[in-house]
Design a protein around this ligand. Structure first.
Ligand SMILES: *[C@@H]1O[C@H](CO)[C@@H](O)[C@H](O)[C@H]1NC(C)=O
Ligand SMILES: *[C@@H]1O[C@H](CO)[C@@H](O)[C@H](O)[C@H]1NC(C)=O
Length: 370
């Protein structure tokens, strides 16, 4: 009798745990589509295999810069054995005229180009900082590549440098402070191709094992950990004055807000902005509001990442109108992935919202949502 009560209690506890886990991962979340009727999908020329996981907007010009890739390899890190082109492509997208232009790379020295996160630094020159994957001697290498937008020909990106560091595990997104300083998130500590078991434990038990690095250059590039213990550190963005830094913690379903000390680039945690989905990238608009995109249903996201043609995954984009002092957000877009699955990035410019996804090609352009 006692034995069966103990067994039954254990069973109830296990079921409750599984239930809570599935609720946390949004498996039962009902999605009521919002905003989709105001959106269209625009695919880049010759880009029907190119997904734009992230972009960076030049608000003075109304241009979004983005790197597209066939991202079928990313969830396995099996880049060599798949039928994937060696190079993705960069584009600029004029938001007003809704036109893509492919950007030519000058001096890029590597065979492979698989861009992921991107940031635009506007100083004396305009530079793009990009997390990028390449293959050297059969080994997949995650790097931060720096390009300059050629001021005499804006369709050209001049490669400047590639930063690789032992602390880079799986670099995801980058935030440039100046031409010799950037932050970069590592989304995982364990790479799937190096340790499948540890990677699986890290992701599915939401272990806070990833981090945020600060890299700076004197003679050489040097990196150090500035924030540790993040459960899947993902997108990063900052306010226009570079004082407030926003870091997406995907498995924590929140954006962590930090104050940046300009003397030494250290960060002090201030507060968190919670959302009901797995947070991906963060874009600041010209009013210092933050637009956050992500994944309401983790299970469908994983299925979609495995095979995008067979499984759709929901998309959600929200805006925090006053992120420094108010944690309320407004929902801009919520879909079951009809036009574009697995939204990873959203950004606004004037009355338009742009949305990119993890694996689905093209970008969603939505009008008059606000
Ligand atoms: C960085 O600067 C801030 C403000 O001056 C200071 O409080 C903090 O201790 C410094 N941190 C490090 C790691 O030097
Ligand atoms: C936050 O913003 C919302 C809507 O914009 C408003 O209703 C609410 O009162 C604000 N909260 C605070 C604490 O200011």
């Amino acid at each position: 009798m006692l034995k069966s009560i103990v067994l039954l209690s254990c069973l109830v506890l296990i079921l409750a745990f599984i239930g809570k886990y599935m609720i946390d991962f949004g498996v039962f979340r009902h999605i009521e589509t919002k905003g989709l009727d105001k959106c269209r999908l625009i695919v880049a020329p010759d880009g029907d295999d190119l997904a734009f996981e992230d972009f960076a907007i030049d608000y003075q010009k109304g241009i979004a810069y983005m790197g597209g890739d066939d991202r079928r390899w990313f969830h396995t890190f099996n880049l060599l054995n798949q039928n994937i082109k060696k190079q993705g492509k960069f584009f600029s997208f004029d938001i007003e005229s809704e036109t893509f232009k492919q950007l030519n790379l000058i001096n890029y020295p590597y065979e492979h180009l698989h861009p992921l996160g991107i940031d635009l630094l506007i100083g004396r020159k305009k530079q793009l900082f990009i997390t990028n994957y390449r293959v050297d001697n059969e080994e997949i290498i995650g790097a931060v590549d720096i390009f300059e937008i050629d001021s005499s020909n804006e369709n050209q990106l001049i490669w400047i440098d590639s930063v690789v560091h032992p602390l880079f595990t799986v670099p995801d997104d980058v935030l440039a402070i100046d031409d010799k300083t950037f932050y970069v998130t590592n989304i995982y500590r364990h790479r799937k191709d190096k340790s499948n078991l540890m990677h699986t434990i890290e992701v599915f038990s939401k272990r806070p094992w990833s981090n945020l690095l600060l890299c700076s250059k004197t003679n050489e590039w040097q990196c150090s950990i500035v924030v540790d213990s993040i459960a899947l550190a993902n997108g990063i963005g900052c306010s226009f004055d570079f004082k407030t830094i926003y870091v997406a913690a995907t498995a924590e379903k929140r954006i962590r807000v930090y104050e940046r000390h300009y003397e030494n680039n250290s960060l002090t945690y201030i507060r968190s902005l919670y959302v009901p989905f797995l947070v991906d990238n963060i874009i600041l608009n010209e009013h210092d509001q933050i637009i956050v995109a992500g994944h309401p249903n983790a299970l469908l996201y994983v299925l979609h990442a495995n095979n995008r043609l067979q499984h759709r995954a929901p998309s959600e984009v929200v805006i925090f109108l006053d992120p420094r002092s108010n944690s309320t957000f407004e929902n801009l877009l919520l879909t079951n992935g009809e036009l574009l699955s697995a939204s990873t990035v959203g950004g606004t410019y004037k009355q338009k919202l742009l949305v990119g996804g993890f694996a689905d090609p093209g970008i969603l352009l939505c009008q008059d949502l606000m």
